[in-house]
Design a protein around this ligand. Sequence first.
Ligand code: ADP
Ligand code: MG
Length: 628
Amino acid sequence: MQSLKTLLNERFGFAAFRPYQEAVCRAVADGRDVLLVMPTGAGKSLCYQLPGLARGGTTLVVSPLIALMEDQVAKLKSQGLAAERIHSGRDRLSSREVCRQYLLGKLDFLFIAPERLKVPGFPEMLSKRELSLIAVDEAHCISNWGHDFRTEYRMLGQRLPAFRPTPVIAMTATATPLVQDDIARQLALQEEERFIHGFRRTNIGVEVVEASVGERARIVKEALSLRVRRPAIVYTPTRKEAESLAEELASVDTTAAYHAGLSASDREAVQKRFLAGEIAITVATIAFGMGIDKADIRTVIHTALPGSVEAYYQEIGRAGRDGKPSRAILLHSFFDRRTHNFFLDRDYPDPAVIEKLYKALSNEWETRAAIFKKVSKDPHLGDDEVFDRVLQKLCVHRGAESDFDRGEEGDFEERIRRGRAEWKAPYVAQRDHKRSELDLVARFAESHGCRMVALVRHFGDQEDSGEPCGICDACAPNKCYVRKFRLATPEEQVAMAEIVGALVERPNYAVGRLYRDVFEGSVIDRDRFEDLLGALVRARIVELENDEFEKDGVTIRFERASLGAEAAKAGTSLSSVEIPLTDKRSEKKRSRRGSRPVRTTEGARVEKGARAVPPWLKRRAKSAGAKK
Ligand code: ADP
Ligand code: MG
């Protein structure tokens, strides 16, 4: 076996390994199963390509998108490697030729889409030779718990065992610990080595801004008005919004919309022109992104709350691949949660509706059309789209089995029959999981601490420093594009002194409790309290920690507050604490927390707070109180 370093220099033309690549390549070359989770752009492909070459023979690469496959094959070919692909976009003749080359042992890499393994005869053809490595790219697609589950990935778990003991490397940029476990289980990885690395992006400053729907277009326009903040991607929740915002941004710079409603050729044109720098702003739905490799994207804006932290992290990860300072701006409000709930109810129908279709299935194989006919009178299932969605859920949770008739390649008729009765519990679990993803992303948006630290923790990065990033809206309020701050008023300083005072007496104070104990019934309502608490966190006078408990089988998440690093420092002053400028007090449902009735007993409370604070704060509190 040639040394890995030599292969890196000579076959790939790279001078050095990127962080973690060498360790991963070694494990894979040694025949270990590997689960690799690193962000997009980190260089995961090399981690199967190089050991694949080192092991000799053919590496099978499973990839979800034709565009990704084409891209990778072209790259490998340009490096003089023998790479080929088989997918539905190619004619039979070329596919047959690829198989011939494979059987002759001429291929270093063979790329396929997962559904290819369903094609009768194809796995048998592959088995005629021993594969040297199997690489599963975008492996999160196999998991129900991931944010981009694909039904075609499901069968990998059933098909891969036939190719063992060939080692498997599963790669993804996006997998929480839960998804990591699921990938390993479903692919039946054996004593796999896990590499979970590099989630911290040091050059992306994340800024989260509460904004009503009506003001978002204006904010986006202003944020992107400076030349240095482009190229940019703006993510909108719907196609319609992508279209209308693109129109509005046309006055700023060359702009195009991108969404799944456009034709494939239109989409490709937008993508090409954006990559080539002919379009400065792409306004897109989440359809835009997988495989986008553009180094100089300066800003990524979300005009609404994303569906999960994973999706959010993936999308902002497209900014600043060149390592230069970049910005990610998230606009959100309470309203977004309602929209998400609407889509959730649509995409994850009531189990009772699914049950109806389950009962309509037969133990004999039937075509989709035959089944649809049986339920077409049903108020829910009679709708074509709903029917497909429900059937898909049943297949995923094995309440239905689907198979393909043997037929002409590329021209199969799917048949379906009833599956196991135990589909319900996993379906309900998945539905609940989707809802909890929404909770977590809403919680991320409403949190006060360093944004990058919150993201990195979410992914369970094994060796992150935990240090604040220094550039997000929490770490560097004065660098914000959109959020505006002002100095705390004397009254606010008094109220903050009360918070600090309470924490001196009781560290690890549950935040809800802290509010109730100190402010309930005062002029400080819960939203105002959160603003003040957030300001203290940004000033590092207070620290928050996530905690949770189980109640009636439901996980209740909450935060605990303690004094932070700056609290004890001489010279720390509450008068320099910055409070976010929000002029949306009139927007009633500002947060998920209801406001409390107001009672003015401030004077007495100032006394209580002042007693508890350290000397440097006490002075502040008194003088602030006096000015009032
Ligand atoms: P990922 O799959 O993790 O998103 P890729 O494998 O597509 O990332 O790699 C991103 C880019 O980094 C590619 O252009 C690749 O050629 C480049 N790259 C990977 N490893 C190295 C290396 N060791 N030195 C220089 N460039 C590298
Ligand atoms: Mg990749």
